[in-house]
Design a protein around this ligand. Structure first.
Ligand code: DX5
Ligand code: ZN
Length: 234
């Protein structure tokens, strides 16, 4: 199954609850929640209080993308605030294996995030600790940037690693992409082996007349319907 994960970074924060309701009612699968600390990345966004505020509105997974350093202290706070998935950048944790274990211990799914220039070697010894690999197709910190095409090569490499892990008896790992995803490139990204698509500005800048997002999410789904899912049972 392909998953669409709107990044609420591009939502109207003055009516965030309503935005979350609208985007999910329009066919989105996951709420992507970008946490920035003005230290690891040059921007400042939202924390556990906001996560807890939107949690009661939906059963859809909340996918917390931590762009913070250090990481560990925030993990239990987001788990308590209702996060389903917590991912972090390996460069932001002194002990990546320990942080991954901490996320799982808190009852959440765990993910590692790769900046455009970060190599996939960080995966070498932790595949069995992962539920998600998140590839940044822009530099983290801001919505509305352009997709970096080199990420497609990395996606194919990550897909091969996931498939090899599965073939060796490991469990399924989602492959998510984040940054510059639009209706006109989502298909190409899926063909590189990605199954979960974060999209912020592409979705929230294209509301329907009634404030929903059915048209843009429907157009993304239509693009995805045309491609055969790689590596996973649909
Ligand atoms: C960037 C964030 C993204 C961002 C994506 O640091 O991690 O989730 O909101 O926004 P778009 O889809 O506009 O590139
Ligand atoms: Zn993100």
């Amino acid at each position: 199954m392909y998953m669409i994960a709107p990044s609420i970074l591009s939502a109207n924060f003055a009516k965030l609850g309503e935005e979350v309701d609208n985007v999910l009612a329009s066919g989105a699968d996951i709420v992507h929640f970008d946490v920035m600390d003005n230290h690891y990345v040059p921007n400042l966004t939202i924390g556990p209080l906001v996560c807890a505020a939107i949690r009661p509105r939906t059963k859809a997974p909340i996918d917390v993308h931590l762009m913070v350093k250090p990481v560990d202290a925030l993990v239990p706070m987001f788990a308590k605030a209702g996060a389903d998935i917590i991912s972090f950048h390996p460069e932001a944790s002194e002990h990546v294996d320990r942080t991954l274990a901490l996320i799982r211990d808190q009852g959440c799914k765990a993910g590692l995030v790769f900046n455009p220039a970060s190599g996939l070697h960080h995966l070498d010894h932790v595949m069995d600790r992962l539920d998600l690999i998140l590839l940044m197709s822009v530099n983290p910190g801001f919505g509305g940037q352009s997709f970096i095409p080199e990420t497609l090569r990395k996606a194919r490499e990550a897909r091969a690693r996931i498939d090899a892990h599965r073939a060796a008896g490991g469990r399924e790992i989602a492959l998510e992409i984040d940054g510059g995803v639009k209706v006109d490139n989502i298909r190409m990204i899926a063909e590189a082996g990605v199954d979960t698509f974060v999209a912020g500005s592409a979705i929230f800048a294209a509301p329907d007349e009634d404030g929903g997002y059915r048209k843009v999410i429907g157009a993304m789904r239509a693009e995805l319907a045309g491609c055969e899912q790689i590596g996973r049972a649909a």
